[in-house]
Design a binder for this molecule. Structure first.
Ligand code: KIV
Ligand code: ZN
Length: 507
């Protein structure tokens, strides 16, 4: 079995998904979970892109000890300086430098000749290498590049000190055969290729990212880059959980393994879905809600007789628990603290007290508190960056009857600590609430997306709302959880608006 290294770019390429904007604490929680999942490398961000990204990468580099932490840089000195400054305290730092190599990118985007691109790539790999012994070089749009040109530039960047060479299918255009042949060509035509790890990086525009990635490793790649839940630009990146579970389940066929801790997959997927607001479709392979549900009578009958008739992946393999009822009204602080640790959270005593208070409030209204409920509650507390300079909800009421338009009354505290109250109506209760909030805040807001889902099952399940807004022409997402749907919707809206302020403070 050949060991394939997993390079997770959820926090960089994944964060480039439209409307996703994680704050520093959220990124840190994801990084810690990626380390529990045991990824070999995590790309923490693109420090030169913003001060917020720089700070988050720096914090992750200072915290993570097992995985390599890398940061992206364009092929220029400033980007490389910023990347190095952000990751230099990591136990295992790596600088990731990229430049485009396809004719269309070189001519129309970079406005450079192929010779100039070679010179820049070599110079910048050398520059990065002076700072960091581990340097990855990516040929952006490699899958649409000229193969002999690719072989020439790869040989030169390896001679300049690159330790990893990554060949992305940047626009998700390639096919498994074509992508595999590119790796084969590079293996056969670059004399010093065995000095480096060769890496895949597939986007999913044509739905072929997993197949393309596998074709890459069948032809010599020893690292794969992707994201959890396949989030990323446009149609996203290859979903790492699909690849890792595919290799595990078909190990009779594929001679490759990864070192991912597969039972951490579900929790990682849930965390990323919750914090990014990118909901995982029910039928998504490996982590979708229905991935292990058997609906038809014939399937249910078969599974009852022998689970393997229709079940090729057990829920336990990826950490889906069948019975995760844990705590209730009479559970004490000790049991609560134990459960927090088992769920993988490390909270300060102050945050544990805050979480225990919220848990007790929840048990007043909900008899059975599941791991899913606790996860949401703890995640909210762990990533809460609330401070005085933001909008805070004091109270709200909605008047609804089937004969009239609903009317909402909302009282808020503004960032300048004024208490304001307003009343507006709308076609539905949520619209009435949102109209009212909009009338009370100074920000210019436009709602672009709204999703409502339940955490777990049952009539008393918690409601979770994700929204995407344009606030002062910046796209932001927000989330809110509560037992009541309207309360969750209100929190989600204010959470999105407040992210503008939170970003200013935490980033
Ligand atoms: O898709 C791509 O080409 C990338 C590179 C920047 C590595 O994300
Ligand atoms: Zn990419």
């Amino acid at each position: 079995m050949t060991q394939i290294k997993i390079f997770d770019t959820t926090l960089r390429d994944g964060e480039q998904s439209p409307g996703v904007n994680l704050n520093q604490l959220e990124k840190l929680e994801i990084a810690k979970q990626l380390e529990r999942l045991n990824v070999d490398v995590m790309e923490a961000g693109f420090p030169a892109s913003s001060q917020g990204d720089f700070n988050a990468v720096e914090k992750i580099a200072q915290t993570i000890t097992k995985s390599t932490v890398t940061a992206l840089a364009r092929a220029n000195k400033n980007d490389i300086d910023q990347a190095w400054e952000a990751i230099k305290e990591a136990k295992k730092p790596r600088i990731h430098v990229f430049i485009a190599t396809s004719p269309i990118h070189m001519k129309d985007k970079l406005k450079k000749t192929p010779e100039e691109v070679i010179d820049i790539a070599v110079e910048m790999v050398k520059y990065a290498k002076e700072k960091c012994s581990d340097v990855e070089w990516s040929a952006e749009d490699a899958s649409r590049s000229d193969l002999p040109f690719l072989a020439t530039i790869i040989e030169k960047v390896i001679a300049a000190g690159a330790t990893v060479v990554n060949l992305p299918d940047t626009v998700g255009y390639t096919t498994p055969k074509e992508y595999g042949e590119m790796f084969k060509y590079v293996k056969e035509n670059v004399p010093n290729i065995n000095q480096v790890d060769l890496s895949t990086h597939c986007h999913d525009d044509l739905g072929m990212a997993v197949a393309n990635t596998i074709a890459g490793i069948q032809n010599g790649a020893t690292q794969v880059e992707g994201t959890i839940n396949g989030i990323g630009e446009r149609a996203g990146n290859v979903a790492l959980e699909e690849l890792a579970v595919g290799l595990e389940i078909r190990k009779d066929f594929y001679p490759f393994k990864t070192q991912l801790v597969l039972k951490e997959i579900k929790r990682t997927s849930d965390m990323i879905s919750k914090l990014t607001g990118m909901i995982v479709p029910g039928n998504k392979a490996v982590v979708g809600r229905n991935a292990f549900a058997h609906e038809s009578g014939i399937h249910q009958d078969g599974v009852l007789k022998n689970t393997q008739t229709y079940e090729i992946i057990t829920p336990e393999l990826v950490g889906v628990q069948s019975n995760n009822l844990v705590l209730g009204k009479h559970s004490g602080r000790h049991a609560f603290k134990d459960r927090i640790t088992q769920l993988g959270f490390t909270l300060s005593e102050e945050k544990i007290s805050e979480a225990f208070k919220s848990f007790k409030q929840l048990t007043d209204r909900k008899k059975e508190v599941t791991d899913d409920d606790l996860f949401v509650l703890l995640m909210d507390i762990q990533t809460d960056v609330s401070h005085r300079k933001q909008y805070q909800l004091h109270s709200f009421q909605v008047h609804y009857d089937s004969a009239h338009s609903p009317t909402a009354t909302v009282t808020l505290e503004t960032p300048s600590q004024k208490i304001v109250t307003g009343e507006k109506s709308g076609a539905g209760s949520v619209e009435a609430l949102y109209h009212t909030i909009e009338s009370l805040i100074e920000e210019k807001v436009q709602l672009t997306d709204f999703t409502l889902s339940s955490i777990g099952k049952g009539k008393d399940a918690l409601a979770e709302v994700h929204v995407h807004l344009n606030v002062n022409e910046q796209s932001v997402s927000g989330r809110g959880t509560a037992q009541d749907v309207l309360e969750a919707a209100t929190h989600a809206f204010l959470n999105a608006v407040n992210r503008i302020f939170i970003k200013k403070k935490v980033d």
